[in-house]
Design a protein around this ligand. Structure first.
Ligand SMILES: [Zn+2]
Length: 78
């Protein structure tokens, strides 16, 4: 009888852990989807940040948000 109770506890923990992992996975894939969506909106030309895809004036050298060097979108590989 004690063994059965032990298995039950393990089963409950496994189920909870599985649920946690499943939630994490869904969040991760949702996040992947979101970043995939923004990737499709890369402007074909202009000057801006390739990380957050914000457009800036050509005088601006670095993205204030991401601290990355700005690029010409037309030279960016698709
Ligand atoms: Zn940026």
């Amino acid at each position: 009888m004690a063994d059965l109770f032990g298995y039950l506890i393990i089963a409950v923990f496994m189920a909870l852990f599985g649920l946690l992992v499943a939630t994490r996975f869904r969040k991760y894939f949702e996040w992947l989807n979101e970043s995939g969506k923004t990737n499709k909106e890369i402007p074909s030309e202009g000057w801006g940040c390739r990380t957050c895809l914000s457009e800036y004036n050509p005088e601006v050298y670095m993205c204030p948000d991401c601290k990355t060097k700005l690029i010409d979108f037309s030279t960016m590989p698709k």
